[in-house]
Design a binder for this molecule. Structure first.
Ligand code: SF4
Length: 353
C-alpha cells in the first residue's frame, strides 16, 4: 500500500492542491517516515524541475547599519554581531563579485542592500550596476533585494533590466510583530505586490526557527502560495551572537527536511530554495534536501560564510543533479586519492575518534 505521502503526491500531481492539514501532517510526520516524505516530495520536484538545481549567488552591496529592528538580522542597527559593515560597493566591484558567482555556475545573481528601503538615488545606483552586469553577462538573471519599495521603483528596476525582486515575508502574519516592530507584515506584502505589478518576478520566503508554531509555519507558507511567489527561499535561523535571537536553536536536520518537503507539497511548481542556514541546520542531510528543493545559494551568505562553493557543486553532481543552464559534465572532478593513515594504531599519534 502506498504511503499517505505518496497518495498526497498523486493528488497534487493530478491537480488537487495540498491543504493546511496536509502540510501539518508532513511537518509532523514521525522521523521514521522521513524517507517516505522525501520520496513523495521528490516526485513533485522531479515532475516540475527534473534533475536541475538553480544556483543563485548573493552579493551584499551594502552591509550592516540598518535602522530596522528585525530580531533575526545581524545587520540591524542594534545588532552587536561583529559582521562586515560597509556602504555601497562601486559598480565595478559589484560586477566583479557577481562575476565570481556566475563563473561558479550561478544562473541568478541576487543584489542585496541593507536598509529599510531604497532612495531614488539608490535605484539609480543599482540600475547602473545591473546595466554593467548584463553587458558583461547578458544571460544572467538579476534579482534585487533592497527593502521596502516606494511607488514606481519596481518599474524603474524592471526598465533597468532587473528580472526579479526579493522581499521575504519571513514568518506568518500572526507572528510578525514578534520579530520586528519598525515595519509591519502589511508593509512587506505591499512590497511583494509592488514588485509583481512592476513586472518583476516575485521572490519571497520564510525563516524557520524564529519561535513560530507549526501552524504559523503553515500559515506563512500558504501566504506565500496566495502571493504567488515564483521563488521561495526557505531560510533556517542563524542565531548570530549579538542579536536578540542569539542562542535560539529550535531546528533539527529532520525538521528542516520536513519543512522543505512541506513547501514542495504546498507549492509544487515553485522554485523552493534551501537558503540561509542550510549548512548549520540540515548538516549531513543537505544532499537529501536537494531531492526536495530545486535551488540553493552558492557559497557565502550576506554576513556569514557558507560551505565552500566547490562542496556545493560536488553535492549537486554526486546526487545526480545538474546545475540549471550548465553543461552536465562541466567541472566533473575526480575523487580525491585515498589518504594513507598516519595516526592511531601503530603510530604514536592520537587516533581519529
Ligand atoms: S530590514 Fe533587512 S537589513 Fe534591515 S534589519 Fe531587517 S532584515 Fe536586516
Amino acid at each position: 500500500m502506498s504511503s499517505r505521502f505518496e497518495q498526497l503526491a498523486d493528488a497534487v500531481l493530478a491537480g488537487t492542491a495540498a491543504t493546511p492539514g496536509d502540510a501539518l501532517a508532513v511537518l509532523r510526520a514521525p522521523d521514521t517516515d522521513v524517507l517516505a516524505v522525501v520520496a513523495a516530495a521528490g516526485r513533485l520536484r522531479r515532475a516540475y524541475f527534473g534533475n536541475t538545481v538553480k544556483v543563485n549567488y548573493l552579493v551584499n552591496l551594502k552591509s550592516g547599519l540598518c535602522p530596522e529592528n528585525c530580531t533575526y538580522c545581524s545587520q540591524a542597527l542594534g545588532s552587536a554581531a561583529p559582521i562586515l559593515k560597509y556602504s555601497w560597493l562601486s559598480t565595478e566591484e559589484a560586477v566583479k563579485q557577481a562575476g565570481a558567482g556566475i563563473s561558479g555556475g550561478a544562473a541568478r545573481v541576487c543584489l542585496v542592500a541593507s536598509g529599510r528601503g531604497p532612495s531614488d538615488r539608490d535605484i539609480d545606483r543599482v540600475a547602473s550596476m545591473v546595466g554593467a552586469l548584463k553587458e558583461e553577462h547578458p544571460g544572467v538573471e538579476v534579482c534585487a533585494c533592497l527593502g521596502l519599495l516606494a511607488d514606481g521603483q519596481a518599474e524603474r528596476l524592471r526598465t533597468a533590466g532587473v528580472d526579479a525582486y526579493n522581499h521575504n515575508i519571513n514568518t506568518a502574519e500572526s507572528n510578525h510583530h514578534t520579530i520586528v516592530q519598525t515595519h509591519t507584515y502589511a508593509d512587506r506584502v505591499d512590497t511583494v505586490e509592488k514588485a509583481k505589478h512592476g513586472g518583476l518576478s516575485p521572490c519571497s520566503g520564510l525563516i524557520a526557527g524564529l519561535g513560530e508554531t507549526d501552524e504559523q509555519l503553515v500559515e506563512g507558507l500558504f501566504a506565500l502560495k496566495d502571493l504567488d511567489a515564483d521563488s521561495i527561499p526557505v531560510n533556517f535561523l542563524m542565531p548570530f551572537d549579538g542579536t536578540p535571537l542569539e542562542h535560539t536553536w529550535e531546528l533539527t536536520p529532520l525538521r528542516c527536511l520536513k519543512i522543505l518537503a512541506m513547501a514542495r507539497f504546498v507549492c509544487p511548481d515553485k522554485e523552493i530554495r534551501m537558503a540561509g542556514g542550510r549548512e548549520m541546520h540540515l548538516r549531513s542531510l543537505q544532499p537529501m534536501a536537494l531531492h526536495v528543493a530545486n535551488s540553493l545559494f552558492l557559497g557565502d551568505y550576506l554576513t556569514s560564510e557558507g560551505q565552500a562553493a566547490e562542496a556545493d557543486l560536488e553535492m549537486i553532481r554526486d546526487n545526480g543533479f545538474v546545475v540549471l543552464g550548465s553543461d552536465a559534465d562541466r567541472a566533473r572532478t575526480e575523487p580525491a586519492d585515498p589518504r594513507i593513515r598516519r595516526r592511531g594504531a601503530g603510530t604514536g599519534l592520537v587516533p581519529n575518534a
